[in-house]
Write a protein that binds this ligand. Structure first.
Ligand code: FAD
Length: 396
């Protein structure tokens, strides 16, 4: 049994970190990715200080630093009046409070760092065109079924296959994800195309009624990332398709002029229909478990989905280290250590979406509370998240 591999469905951020962690513990990890090539779409993501704790533990801080960007402030403005709601010095705060930075990164760069780390380990196998469709369990091992008819015998199966997880269908069986009605349009510009009067070194969020725009520099400041979000009932589900700029401009018609000018700079947007799920406490079944979006898909309003997937992988590794001969027990202690924290992020992210998209009295109250809270106002409610987990003892 010891020779059988751990099969990981999905070669995204969560799947690769899981492979890395397991292989470094002497286990064989086979990553099965459905796509024709391993890679990530071009878009930015934010990385809280909690995930830099994981990078330190994984020995990845330096390669990440080389491609990341570290914004000085988190800024919130009112999308229609342009007024400043809060400016919080996140760079300073994160280092002083958590001894870790707050960064942003191009997804493809993060994925590349993880791929390189995996490729350096002979006990990680990376397989493309390998779509997992299901599994069955017998005598303490798992038969993993693939779409092309192949079947692999594994010591365990980890479903890191994202929002539309096939592994989750079998483990949890709670139907399709919840379509939030919120749509994200994402684009990345070379910095040379950003007019100086529209540039900001900060992570800036323009909040408005049922809309917001976020922008920040990426890749050492060479790129500029934009994410525009609005409520729309035009789409039901989808992933990574092209957006309709006309609808976007309509939704931001009343926005302050810098926002409209920035939106007008972009011709091609990629679109995401944003979904999440209700948190669940049990996402393991014998020698099969879930990780990342497959386990706890969340709206992106706390900018933590990838960070949580990475914390999951570190926790899973620790649980298996503690109980190497009891995989089912290790999977149970892994999920026990994770479900309340990830559930809290899932639910808090929904609430943050409401704050960003507030109108009427809620908007007035938001602006008043943030403006009277001073510089620290931007960090209200996130200490539990950013202080993170102890990577040496995440199951305690
Ligand atoms: C607009 C937006 C902004 C975001 N911003 C942030 C942010 O700022 N910070 C942050 O931390 N997170 C952010 N996120 C969330 C983050 O992108 C996800 O939480 C993260 O990518 C989850 O990683 P994962 O590995 O679990 O899943 P995924 O990244 O979805 O990877 C799953 C992989 O599995 C593969 N796959 C799927 N099905 C199968 C199958 N049956 N067999 C084999 N392979 C399969 C897929 O092709 C994919 O490669 C954002 C998300 C969105 C939509």
């Amino acid at each position: 049994m010891a020779q059988l591999p751990f099969v990981i469905a999905g070669g995204g951020i969560g799947g690769l970190v899981a492979a890395l962690v397991l292989a470094r513990q002497g286990l064989v990890a086979q990553v099965l990715e459905q796509a024709d090539a391993l890679g990530e779409i071009g878009a930015g993501i934010q990385l809280g200080p909690n995930v830099f704790r994981m990078f330190e533990h994984l020995g990845l801080t330096e390669p990440i630093r080389q491609v990341a960007y570290f914004p000085p402030n988190l800024v919130m403005r009112d999308v229609s009046s342009g007024e400043l709601i809060v400016r919080s010095p996140v760079g300073e705060h994160a280092l002083a409070t958590y001894r870790q930075p707050y960064g942003v990164i191009y997804r493809a760069d993060l994925h590349q760092v993880l791929l390189q780390a995996c490729r350096a380990l002979p006990s990680v196998g990376l397989h493309v065109k390998s779509k997992v469709t299901g599994y069955s369990q017998r005598d303490g091992s798992v038969d993993v079924q693939l779409a092309d008819g192949r079947q692999l015998q594994a010591a365990a199966l980890i479903g890191a296959d994202g929002l539309w997880s096939r592994v989750r269908e079998q483990v949890v069986g709670d139907g399709k994800p919840r379509v939030s009605g919120h749509i994200a349009y994402r684009a990345v510009l070379p910095m040379s195309e950003v007019p100086p009067h529209l540039y900001s070194p900060d992570v800036t969020l323009w909040g408005g009624e049922k809309t917001h725009l976020v922008h920040y520099p990426l890749r050492r400041g060479e790129l500029f990332n934009l994410v525009a979000v609005f409520h729309s009932d035009r789409y039901e589900e989808g992933w990574n398709t092209f957006g309709d700029p006309e609808e976007l401009h309509l939704r931001f018609a009343k926005a302050a002029s810098p926002v409209k000018e920035l939106l007008a700079k972009i011709e091609t947007w990629k679109m995401w229909v944003l979904c999440d799920r209700e948190p669940v406490a049990n996402w393991s079944q014998g020698h099969v478990t879930l990780l990342g979006d497959a386990a706890h898909p969340m709206l992106q309003y706390l900018a933590q989905g990838a960070c949580m997937a990475i914390e999951d992988a570190v926790t899973l590794g620790a649980a298996l280290r503690a109980s190497p001969s009891d995989i089912a027990g290790a999977f149970r202690s892994y999920q026990k250590a994770r479900y309340l924290r990830t559930g809290r992020v899932q639910l808090t992210a929904r609430f943050y979406g409401e704050i960003y998209h507030a109108s009427g009295v809620m908007r007035e109250l938001r602006n008043r509370m943030f403006q009277s809270g001073g510089e620290a106002a931007g960090f209200i409610g996130t200490h539990w998240l950013y202080e993170g987990i102890d990577p040496e003892r995440p199951c305690d």
